[in-house]
Design a protein around this ligand. Structure first.
Ligand SMILES: O=c1ccn([C@H]2C[C@H](O)[C@@H](COP(=O)(O)OP(=O)(O)OP(=O)(O)O)O2)c(=O)[nH]1
Ligand SMILES: [Mg+2]
Length: 147
């Protein structure tokens, strides 16, 4: 079990700690910490504050992902999905929503707008090399096995 510190930012005492809606859910739901209701017109994007910052162990990242219900019913998704929260980021977590639906969509304070999934990121050291080890695939890609 990894321990992640959650810090509620000033003026957000009503915003809940990111919460799983079932015991084995992968994602912690995130609430919109906006002061006033906010409307996204079709194709409009807006950065939505969540009212908190956090600190996680350095081997983790957090991914900000859309909620499928909002995507299916209203065309609301995260433009940069999955958004990446770096372990060393101490700023407010924000959600970049875009309205891909055909109707304006209004978000109110406290609405669950996205979810956050934690992942382990392997430590990687990139080294420059003159030659790469051979493989059967070689440079085949982009559908070279057929569609
Ligand atoms: O959906 C997101 C994506 C990013 N961030 C924050 C946390 C992350 O650690 C930081 C930087 O994100 P990213 O690396 O994706 O953006 P960048 O354009 O590369 O910015 P930077 O130069 O600050 O790394 O912005 C969010 O709050 N929400
Ligand atoms: Mg970056």
């Amino acid at each position: 079990m990894y321990r992640v510190l959650f810090k509620r930012l000033e003026g957000n005492s009503d915003i809940a700690i990111p919460k799983k809606m079932s015991d084995w859910a992968a994602g912690f739901d995130l609430q919109a910490a906006i002061q006033e209701p906010l409307t996204l017109q079709p194709l409009e994007r807006k950065l939505i504050p969540t009212g908190f910052a956090m600190a996680m162990p350095m081997e983790l990242e957090a991914q900000i992902r859309p909620r499928s219900g909002l995507a299916y019913k209203h065309g609301i998704t995260c433009l940069n999905t999955p958004g990446t929260i770096d372990a060393d980021y101490r700023g407010e977590v924000k959600v970049l929503l875009v309205n891909l639906g055909q109707e304006p969509f209004t978000i109110t304070r406290g609405e669950r707008i996205a979810q956050m999934v934690f992942q382990v990121v392997p430590a990687v050291l990139i080294e420059e090399a003159e030659e790469l080890p051979d493989t059967v695939r070689g440079d085949g890609g982009f559908g070279h096995t057929g569609v």
